[in-house]
Design a protein around this ligand. Structure first.
Ligand code: AMP
Ligand code: MG
Length: 491
């Protein structure tokens, strides 16, 4: 195993070289052998003690040049010129057997120059949460950072109360954020913006390098990735919760899992995050916030587009103006697949049909995931399975009416029931990381040092599209007393 570090080579104003701060007593909770097997080297041959030492930061591999990255960001719309890795340490890139090298980072690994008043640590709960949700996102085919390892530290961290500490190791195509570019734009440091853009192109968008205006192409590629990413979030009822520009990856991966959540009952304006008091990052705001963040990225790149600012702005606009259409198309395509509509007949009519479904789901408190799960098991000719879907709706008549329209629409399809169901079941998960299940796993680990519920939940979520016997409790929405109405970032 050998870490490369092309980021460190960018220079001192990009980072602070700093080692992780050792923890008292590292203990391995979980190691992602499937992910580790993708890397060149023999990570999978290490024993648990060595893995715990390595992924707590207690031992730093000799090829590592550990560092904390500098970045800025708009937090809830307010610009903060200096954020940076306040509790993360970048270890470098690991070569993979296939595909591009991946970046590896510890989170919860001790204070850095960018910690401001924070302790540089992570509590065990958020570590488990990020591990479960990011790996579930991967299994749901959503671009995401992945989790390589989670360890306990044997130390307490002080939040509202004393909590057990943890460290998570994350792997990403890139840890460069929109805020990374903002950091240099705020300093009017165009040379560094260019160096960072060149680094991102070399690492993540190599196919753009030869283009005449590669930087504009970069903005376009990032725009495309985020339009698709956010469409996928919307199709699964995922709410990121903190779409600050420092939490938006230029590689188009879901990153920085904090107070994120999957919806149970569908509500357009759903917010779970305790700190999102005005609903800036509510479910239905996510597509437009995506564009807002991309516009902040475009602003930083203007000097690279053209020497003349007005000309540069016009160029940026031509790209940003494509976002809404790209998003709408990605959304419609994905939603059609979820509803079993493969024949392209009328965009407007399909959109109206799908929006009708969401309207009645909202007014009837229907569970997001189960609605599509049961829909993907219905037949065209008989209503014998309809009752399972109808039971999700407080007033079944509305859903009966919608199913009639849906069957009408399906009669224009060439696929038979079996084909359609198979295709629908490949995109409509049975299991998602439900808040109350995550909470139960965290409670058991934090309060009783019992990691069995964490492992069990994680295992079910690795095959979200496959029915697993005896796992029905993971597919059910919470009972009223189990419902989690607020989530916290745990910082
Ligand atoms: P987040 O809300 O997790 O995206 O974090 C926002 C900023 O606060 C980032 O710069 C983090 O590195 C920093 N931060 C969050 N929690 C801590 C902590 N416990 N110690 C130091 N820095 C932190
Ligand atoms: Mg962050």
């Amino acid at each position: 195993m050998k870490f490369k570090n092309r980021y460190a080579a960018l220079g001192e104003n990009f980072c602070e070289k700093t080692p992780p701060v050792p923890v008292a007593e590292p203990g391995l909770i979980i190691f992602n052998h499937e992910l580790a097997a993708q890397f060149v080297g023999s990570l999978n041959e290490l024993d648990d003690t060595s893995l715990a030492e390595l992924f707590s930061g207690n031992r730093v591999h000799e090829s590592c040049e550990p560092l904390a990255m500098a970045y800025a960001g708009h937090q809830f719309g307010h610009f903060n010129p200096q954020l940076g890795d306040g509790r993360a340490i970048y270890l470098g890139e690991l070569e993979r057997l296939h595909g591009v090298a991946m970046d590896v980072q510890l989170k919860g690994s001790g204070p850095t120059r960018f910690s401001r008043n924070g302790d540089g640590r992570a509590a065990l709960g958020p570590v488990l949460r990020e591990y479960i949700v990011s790996e579930a996102m991967y299994s749901l085919h959503v671009p995401t950072t992945r989790a390589l390892a989670a360890v306990t530290t044997g130390e307490k961290v002080a939040r509202e109360q004393l909590l057990p500490g943890g460290v998570i190791t994350r792997v990403a195509e890139s840890f460069i954020r929109v805020g990374s570019f903002q950091y240099f734009a705020n300093q009017r440091d165009i040379a560094s913006i260019k160096a960072l853009a060149d680094y991102v192109i070399e690492r993540n968008y190599a196919e753009l390098a030869q283009h005449k205006n590669a930087y504009l192409e970069l903005l376009e590629a990032v725009t495309q990735r985020h339009a698709h990413l956010i469409a996928q979030w919307m199709q699964l009822g995922f709410i990121h919760g903190v779409m600050n520009t420092d939490n938006m990856s230029v590689a188009g991966e879901t990153i920085d899992y904090g107070p994120c959540a999957f919806m149970d009952a569908y509500h357009h304006e759903q917010v779970y995050s305790f700190i999102d008091r005005d609903g800036r990052y509510a479910y239905n705001q996510q597509p437009s916030i995506g564009l807002w963040n991309l516009t902040r990225l475009a602003e930083t790149l203007l000097p690279l587009f053209h020497d003349d600012t007005d000309a540069a702005i016009e160029l940026a606009k031509t790209v940003l103006q494509t976002y809404n259409h790209r998003y709408e198309q990605a959304w419609l395509q994905g939603m059609r697949a979820k509803c079993g509509l493969s024949a392209i007949i009328s965009d407007e009519e399909d959109r109206a049909l799908i929006e009708d479904l969401f309207t009645i789901m909202a007014s009837n408190n229907a569970d997001f995931t189960l609605t599509f799960y049961f829909l993907s098991r219905l037949n065209l000719e008989t209503d014998e399975n309809d009752h399972r879907l109808l039971e999700l709706f407080s007033q079944q008549a509305a859903a009966v009416g919608w199913l009639e329209k849906w069957r009408q629409r399906l009669s224009n399809e060439k696929q038979n029931n079996e084909q359609r169901q198979k295709n629908m079941q490949a995109v409509n998960p049975i299991y998602i990381p439900r808040n109350h299940q995550i909470e139960a796993a965290i409670r058991a680990a934090e309060d009783h040092n019992d990691f069995a519920p964490f492992h069990a939940l994680h295992e079910v979520l690795q095959q979200p599209f496959h029915y697993q016997p005896d796992k029905d409790n993971y597919m059910l929405p919470p009972k009223p007393e189990e419902e989690v109405t607020q989530t916290f970032c745990g910082t």
